[in-house]
Each structure stands twice: as C-alpha cells, then as structure tokens.
Ligand binder design. Structure first.
Ligand code: PDD
Length: 287
C-alpha cells in the first residue's frame, strides 16, 4: 500500500512529499511538532495534543496554518488514508518559506504544515515492555525552553545516539544538581523503595508530556502514592522501579540505568499496571 502525506494543503504520495529548501523548519529548526498515538483506529488525547500545539505555536509566535478544526480533520484523514490501525501520527508546523534571514518573515508568509502517519507493532512494543529497556545517562545540555515542543532536536538526537551506542534505548538527561530531568524523547519516573511514585514537576526543565498527564490522572484515580518533585540519579539507582512515558512508548519499564540494574532487574508492578490501564484514562477519538 502506498503511503500518503499531507503537505501544505495537499495529500501526496509519501515518497514524493517535499517542502521547499528555504522552509524555515529546514533552515532554522523554526517550527514545532506533535506526535499522537493511534490505537485501534482511535487518536489518543487529541485535545491535549492540540492544546499543547497551540501553546508551542503561541510561544514562538507562529500562526496556526489553518483552523484547529481543519487540522484535526487532516490528522484523521491522514490516518484513514494510510489505513493506520495502531501507530503514530506526526504533525509539524513551521514558520514557512522565506528568503534565508534570521528575522521573522512578514505576515504574507504562511506557516507550513506536514502531517504523516504510520503503523507500528503493538505486539513488538508489548514484548519490549515485558523485557524493559536500558537507559544511558547524558549531561543536560539543552536550552531552557524545553517546554516548547520545537523541532530543534539535535541535543536529543545526540543524547539518544549516545544511549544507543552504549546499549540503551533511551537517554536520561542529568542536570547540574545531579537530578534526572527527562529522557531524550520521554518523561522519566521512579518508584522509591517505599513504593512512592515520583516524577519531576513540569514547570521547568522538561516537556509537559501528554502521556505523563494521563498517568497522573490514573495515579489519582487508582490512589497510588505519588510525589511530584525532582529526583536524583542516585535516588533512581536505588529505586524499586523506573519507567519512561511518551506517546510513542506509552508506559515503558526501565530495568537498567547505565550499568546498574534497577530493582530486581525486571519491569516493576506499578509500571506494568499503569501500562495495562493506560487506555482506560485516555480520550479516544474514532478516525
Ligand atoms: N516525544 N519529553 C520529550 C523531550 C519528548 O520529546 C517527548 C515526546 C516527551 C513525552 O511527551 P508525550 O507524552 O506528550 O509524548 C517528553 C515524542 C513522542 C517524539 O519526539 O517522538
């Protein structure tokens, strides 16, 4: 089956989909993105992802490329046209195409939008979750505005490649105080020896993950003991459990941090329960 992408108003074969060489996303990483999970032909938490997209656009003073309703329609249509049952849909908006100049272009330049979607294997992801993943630590070296979901992901690319080169699936950023901020493309969590779930507050240093927000809803609903506070690498190394969250991984147990085994070396009960319960707490929109 041929894949279809949406580029600036048109549905085009994925292999031919292209943006102009002077798109500011390409020249300056001057753009933002969202990734939503598609689950059994439903888009997961679209309102929350669109709220965050709206916020990212506002922070960077980029206009919506079309009305929110129109973009929602396109997102569903791209999922439908690609016959995605379970997978991911990607939305990217940049400041548009203009002669290369650092200053913002005039109001006559329209933002660019690209939407793509693809199937992923839920069975493979579940197998991965049953084994757990290794994370590799990396010094926090990103700009302070990581709350904006910008396409400027070079530090994340380098951190994640470092993790991969060292046998990990994810990097954990460690800040100057020795605290874990987040993963290269995930939020970070631990369960302490006393059984308390801990994640860093989202007011600075991390992206306010949508999956994180759903897990917080679940934690309240299931009355799981929980603290929102920074945690150090040292505390993570002596934790009972660790896991990461993102639209692309859902709740994914962590069994090793660098060369140190977490807990008993197997996915923890809290992470596993949260993974199983996850879709009972999400907003589901049929495509
Ligand atoms: N990444 N932190 C970072 C740096 C991220 O890039 C992501 C998401 C998250 C989790 O956010 P959410 O739960 O809303 O997916 C946290 C996406 C999936 C990506 O870049 O592929």
């Amino acid at each position: 089956m041929s894949r279809i992408a949406y580029v600036n108003g048109q549905y085009v074969p994925h292999k031919d989909a292209a943006v102009h060489i002077e798109d500011r996303g390409y020249q300056f990483a001057d753009g933002v993105y969202e990734v939503c999970e598609v689950w059994n032909q439903h888009i997961i938490d679209m309102p929350r992802h669109f709220d965050r997209l709206d916020r990212s656009l506002r922070e960077l003073r980029i206009a919506w490329p079309a009305t929110r309703k129109a973009v929602e329609f396109v997102v569903k249509e791209v999922v439908r046209r690609n016959k995605v049952n379970s997978g991911l849909v990607y939305i990217q908006v940049t400041r548009g195409v203009a002669r290369r100049d650092h200053f913002f272009p005039g109001d006559d330049v329209a933002p660019s939008i690209v939407v793509t979607a693809r199937n992923t294997s839920p069975a493979a992801a579940d197998r991965q979750a049953e084994a757990g993943i290794n994370v590799v630590t990396y010094p926090e070296n990103r700009w302070p505005r990581v709350d904006i979901k910008s396409v400027a992901l070079l530090p994340n690319v380098l951190a994640k490649q470092h993790a991969k080169d060292n046998g990990g699936k994810e990097a954990w950023y460690i800040d100057d105080e020795g605290n874990v901020t987040e993963g290269g493309s995930t939020n970070a969590w631990i369960v302490t020896g006393e059984g308390v779930l801990v994640t860093r507050p989202a007011d600075s240093g991390i992206l306010r993950g949508i999956t994180r927000a759903v897990v917080l809803d679940l934690v309240n609903r299931e009355k799981i003991r929980f603290e929102e506070r920074p945690f150090s690498l040292e505390e993570a190394l002596s934790a009972r459990e660790a896991f990461v969250t993102a639209a692309s991984t859902l709740v994914m147990p962590v069994v090793k941090i660098d060369d140190r085994i977490v807990g008993n070396g197997h996915p923890g009960t809290v992470a596993t329960a949260l993974r199983h319960l996850f879709h009972t707490a999400t907003d589901l929109q049929k495509v």
